[in-house]
Design a protein around this ligand. Structure first.
Ligand code: GLU
Length: 309
């Protein structure tokens, strides 16, 4: 059996094994996220040829949360020069929690686009790029990378983040203090919370993963939606910084560019081959889905996907 032919069976096996794990907690700091069914579990894969495989609650959508940072980063890289971005946001892993202010306060610059400090600067840059239409334009850019016409914002989650996001508000004020924002704090946060509240399914995320695996071309011979150079940069940052402060361990064990979100979703890219997406809302202390992480680790081991294997 070729490795491609093994995918459906291995996907089912790792799904069953991970489904037995009940560890982790719902992300209670965004009240609306604490109200989802903790048992949801979905695993999807899509290869660059467009073959897709799915197990579990694949029709269940969830909010992208930090996974949307990948798309916001890609969008800014597609529209502005590298220097403008590099002055405000670096590409170094922080080793701190995703919502930490420590490194920002020490270095007066956001460390990378995958943590909140960097993503909030990027939201500010999206406002500069798109002006008043920033939200609809971002949505249509984001949707194009998943091969869909549009994506919806979950209004309840958006309102929940807006009402309780004092830590993000503090980050935005500190960024403002260091002259790293051009727009008003509330305006920047509104765009940031909106893109975190976008809903998608694991099938759609796996399609995004396949597009990134395919140098910016939608799978199944679809059109080119991202420049290959942008994809290379996005994948590099996902590789070193995408898994919160577990990034080193993740590279060591799994060896694939990935991004997790506190809703329990996980986007993984096997360059040149496929995208993988998982969703299970119980997360660990760092913010990553416990079942999602386990399922992808097992998949990487059994299909020999580690980039350095
Ligand atoms: N909207 C969330 C926040 O900023 C995203 C966090 C995450 O998924 O890491 O707190």
């Amino acid at each position: 059996m070729t490795q491609e032919e093994q995918i459906p069976q291995v996907l089912r096996e790792v799904f069953e094994e991970a489904a037995a794990v009940k560890d982790g907690e719902l992300a209670a700091y965004i009240p609306q996220l604490a109200s989802v069914d903790p048992e949801y579990f979905a695993l999807s894969a899509c290869d660059t040829a467009g073959n897709s495989y799915a197990v579990g609650d694949c029709g269940q959508s969830f909010t992208l949360q930090s996974v949307s940072k990948v798309l916001a980063h890609a969008c800014v890289l597609s529209h502005c020069d590298e220097e403008a971005l590099g002055r405000r946001v670096g590409v170094e892993a922080t080793g701190e929690d995703f919502d930490s202010i420590v490194k920002l306060d020490q270095h007066r610059r956001a460390f990378n686009p995958m943590v909140n400090t960097g993503a909030i600067v990027i939201a500010d840059m999206l406002l500069s790029i798109y002006g008043e239409d920033a939200l609809p334009k971002c949505l249509s850019f984001f949707a194009s990378t998943m091969g869909v016409d549009n994506l919806d914002v979950d209004q309840a989650v958006f309102q929940s983040e807006l009402a309780t996001g004092e830590r993000n508000r503090a980050i935005a004020h500190l960024l403002n203090n260091f002259k790293l924002l051009d727009y008003r704090v509330e305006k920047v946060l509104e765009l940031y919370f909106n893109h975190c509240s976008l809903r998608a399914t694991t099938d759609q995320l796996a399609c995004l993963g396949a597009t990134l695996a395919n140098g910016g071309r939608l799978p199944e011979g679809g059109g080119c939606v991202l420049d290959p150079v942008v994809v290379r940069k996005v994948l590099s940052v996902m590789f070193s910084c995408g898994m919160y402060n577990d990034a080193g361990r993740w590279i060591y064990d799994v060896g694939l560019p990935a991004k997790s979100g506190v809703s329990g979703c996980l986007l993984v890219v096997v360059p040149g081959r496929m995208g993988i997406a998982a969703y299970s809302p119980r997360i660990d202390r760092r913010g990553t889905s416990v079942r999602g992480m386990l399922a992808v680790r097992l998949l990487s081991e059994r299909l020999n996907l580690h980039l350095f294997a």
